[in-house]
Design a protein around this ligand. Structure first.
Ligand SMILES: *Cc1c(COP(=O)(O)O)cnc(C)c1O
Length: 299
C-alpha cells in the first residue's frame, strides 16, 4: 500500500494578519496522501489493515452513510491491495448509482449492502457484529469512520511528524482523529476540535473511544485537559452550508492556494481563523492546522 501514498507535507501560510500577531501557521497536508484515501482516513485504516494481515484476512467490511469519505477510502485501499470489501450503507432506498461517491466505491470493487436506518442503527451491537463476523469471516470488521482503537493509534502518529506546536486545529466527525492526537499531545500544547455536527458531544465521544480501548477513566481525564472544543462552527449542521462559508473557502483558496471542503475542513479552518484573528490568546504562538482531506474530485 505504502508505495501508492505520499508523505504529508507541512505548508507554511504567510499573511499580514498573522505576522502582525506574530503567529506562525502551518498546514499539515494529510489531504495530499492519496486522491481517494484522503487524509485522516488513511491514518485510521493503516492499523486495521495490519490487523487483517495478522489474522490472514483479505477483506474489509465496514459501515457508512451515503456520502462517507470512509467508505471511499476503504474501497480505494482494498482495490490497491487486491482485497475484497463490503460497505454497509445507511438507507435502503439507495443503490450504487445514487451518487458519485457510491458509484466510485462500486467501480473500485466494493460490494454495497443497503440497510434501513433501523437496521443500520444496530451496527455497533454485539449480536449484529457477530452475525456479520461469522457470515463474512475472511473480512476484518472496521467500525463506521474507523472509530476504534486501531483508528486512534494511526492518528496518534501524526504528532511525531510535527515539530512542537502550541495549538493544533482539526475538524471532527467521530472525533477518532482528535482522540488519537490527544494521546501524543505535548504537555503544554492544545488540540482544538471543530465539530462538523450540531450539538456534538465531543468530550463524551472521546471518553467513550478511550473507554472502549481500555484506557482508564483517570488517564482519559488527563488527556482531555489538552482538548479544546469548538462547537459553534457547524454552519447549521452536518453537510449544511451557507454563502458565508462558501465565500470563505474560495477566499482561502485564492489567498493561500489551500483547497478546503464544505463539510469538514472549511468549517474547521473558518473556526480557527476567527480564533487567531479575534483572540489575543494566540499571539506569539505556533499553530498547526491538520488538513484531514475530503477535497477529492469524483468526476
Ligand atoms: C472523516 C473526516 C473527518 C472526521 O474525522 P474523525 O476522525 O471522524 O473525527 C474530518 N475531515 C474529513 C475531510 C473527513 O473526511
Amino acid at each position: 500500500m505504502d508505495k501508492y501514498l505520499k508523505n504529508s507535507v507541512l505548508q507554511k501560510l504567510e499573511s499580514p494578519e498573522l505576522s502582525v500577531r506574530n503567529i506562525e501557521l502551518f498546514v499539515k497536508r494529510d489531504d495530499l496522501i492519496h486522491p481517494f484515501v484522503s487524509g485522516n482516513k488513511w491514518r485510521k485504516l493503516k492499523y486495521y489493515i495490519e490487523k487483517a494481515k495478522s489474522q490472514n484476512k483479505n477483506g474489509i467490511l465496514t459501515f457508512g452513510g451515503a456520502f462517507s469519505n470512509h467508505l471511499l477510502a476503504v474501497a480505494a485501499c482494498t482495490n490497491v491491495l487486491e482485497w475484497k470489501s463490503i460497505g454497509i450503507v445507511r438507507g435502503e432506498e439507495l443503490n450504487s448509482d445514487s451518487n458519485s461517491l457510491l458509484k466510485k466505491c462500486n467501480d473500485l470493487g466494493m460490494k454495497l449492502i443497503f440497510l434501513s436506518r433501523e437496521e443500520y442503527s444496530l451496527r455497533n451491537d454485539w449480536d449484529f457484529k457477530s452475525e456479520y463476523a461469522n457470515k463474512y469471516n475472511e473480512f476484518v470488521l472496521v467500525p463506521e469512520g474507523g472509530a476504534g482503537y486501531e483508528g486512534m493509534i494511526g492518528c496518534q502518529e501524526i504528532v511525531s511528524e510535527l515539530e512542537t506546536f502550541d495549538h493544533l486545529f482539526l475538524a471532527m466527525g467521530t472525533a477518532t482523529t482528535a482522540a488519537g492526537l490527544l494521546l501524543a499531545c505535548p504537555e503544554n500544547s492544545k488540540i482544538h476540535g471543530v465539530s462538523a455536527i450540531k450539538n456534538f458531544k465531543s468530550a463524551e465521544t472521546i471518553q467513550n473511544l478511550y473507554k472502549n480501548s481500555g484506557i482508564e477513566k483517570e488517564f482519559a481525564k488527563e488527556l482531555l485537559e489538552n482538548f479544546v472544543n469548538h462547537g459553534e462552527a457547524h454552519f447549521g449542521g452536518y453537510a449544511k452550508t451557507t454563502l458565508e462559508l462558501l465565500e470563505f473557502i474560495s477566499e482561502m483558496k485564492e489567498k493561500f492556494a489551500l483547497p478546503l471542503d464544505n463539510i469538514y475542513t472549511g468549517k474547521a479552518f473558518f473556526a480557527m481563523w476567527q480564533e487567531l484573528i479575534g483572540n489575543l490568546e494566540y499571539e506569539n504562538s505556533r499553530v498547526v492546522y491538520l488538513h484531514t482531506g475530503g477535497v477529492h474530485e469524483l468526476g
